[in-house]
Design a protein around this ligand. Structure first.
Ligand code: ZN
Ligand code: ZN
Length: 385
């Protein structure tokens, strides 16, 4: 049983007694009805069972002096209570999407109706405690520079979301007033029309399906009870995030209600391309141009590193074009504190224009290395297939 139950259900009516009935009268009424609708006496009758539950619930509250008082208080505060369509719970699509819970769950910083009711009910049972609700998960995205993605960074994220209006705490009513049950639909939010042999149900025109009418609307939200708000948070993006990765920032989502925990924030990260470096997991990649002579004769070449000064890579004589070298410690920091490497790929640059000296030297080289056709074996192998 919750605050809502108290407002939705007429326990006196369920037992067929008056609001001023004495305890003995309530007990007698309960006994009579309980015998009549007891499941043992009505095997398989679902409506009898439903009625039996209703009677039991009503009796459990009205037979307890303290709880009966709380119940009476709650209903007098809200003028008789709301009715919720059968089978629909507030906050689950009933009331045409309006969440009745919002009226009682004050997300503001105190002083709302939630507190009022919390005060009423916490004197008795802790029925309102289980009304704590976790905030919604929120998803957003951010674009990082290549370097920030590798090193980690802090970004400011602007989050916009719809929540209860802070001015009226979601009731839609002007300060000092409360919404009342829609008299046209009795709070169901639905009105039925009879069309000959069948009836159709449509959202109540009077309250636009909300089940509540506001006589004096909150000027801030024009009575809707909802408001868009935005907040900016500083989010720490860990080192080493990859393009397209979704990062979970626990507890940074929408705030919880009535002491419930905040939801989580998911940040989809886009990483800008770098003009020189690429990424392969926790390794950085770079392609470095070299000359034929450097590969053939061996050399020490300087290659750029993401952090700090260029590093020197030693190329052994006779290194094949496209060979890869790994420079450890110059990659992306991993979660465990270790760092990936820099993968260097060497690529021979063939000069477009040769001066005469270079041309004659290469011609000399051609003479000196003339001999077996380097493609001979390839051509042989191709035939065999
Ligand atoms: Zn408002
Ligand atoms: Zn209505």
């Amino acid at each position: 049983m919750s605050t809502k139950d108290f407002l939705e259900k007429d326990y006196y009516k369920a037992l067929g007694v008056s609001k001023t009935a004495k305890p003995a009268e309530i007990k007698a009424a309960y006994r009579k009805l309980a015998r009549k609708y007891h499941p043992d006496a009505n095997k398989g009758d679902a409506s009898a069972e439903e009625r039996f539950k209703e009677i039991s619930e009503a009796y459990s509250v009205l037979s307890d002096e303290k709880r009966r008082k709380e119940y009476d208080e709650a209903r007098s505060l809200f003028g008789g209570g709301f009715r919720v369509p059968t089978g629909q719970r507030p906050g689950q699509g009933g009331f045409g999407g309006f969440d009745l819970g919002d009226i009682f769950n004050n997300t503001g910083d105190g002083g709302g109706l939630g507190d009022l009711f919390g005060g009423v009910f916490n004197r008795g049972r802790t029925t309102t405690q289980n009304r704590a609700r976790r905030g919604a998960d929120v998803e957003t995205e951010t674009t990082l520079s290549f370097g920030d993605a590798i090193d980690g960074t802090t970004v400011a994220l602007r989050l916009t979301g719809e929540g209860p209006c802070p001015t009226c705490h979601g009731t839609g009513a002007k300060a000092g007033t409360v919404p009342r049950m829609c008299p046209s639909c009795q709070g169901t939010g639905q009105s039925s029309r009879n069309l000959g042999s069948f009836g159709i149900s449509e959202p109540c025109k009077e309250c636009r399906g909300r089940g509540l009418v506001v006589d004096d609307p909150c000027p801030e939200c024009s009575g809707s009870g909802r408001a868009m708000s935005s907040r900016t948070i500083q989010a720490r993006i860990p080192a080493g995030v990859a393009d397209g990765q979704r990062i979970k920032l626990a507890g940074k989502g929408a705030p919880g209600e009535r002491g419930g925990p905040a939801g989580d924030l998911y940040v989809r990260v886009h990483v800008k391309a770098h003009p020189v470096f690429g990424r392969s997991g926790s390794d950085l990649t770079v392609t470095v141009p070299v000359t034929f002579a450097e590969l053939a004769l061996g050399a020490e070449v300087k290659v750029p590193a993401h952090r700090g000064a260029p590093v020197t890579v030693r190329i052994a004589p006779g290194t094949a074009n496209g060979s890869k070298f790994r420079v450890s410690g110059k990659g992306v920091r991993r979660k465990d504190g270790t760092t990936g490497g820099l993968i260097v790929t060497v690529e021979v640059m063939v000069p477009k224009d040769l001066n005469s000296k270079a041309r004659s030297a290469i011609e000399e080289l051609r003479e000196a290395t003339a001999g077996a056709d380097p493609r001979e074996e390839l051509l042989e192998r191709a035939k065999g297939a």
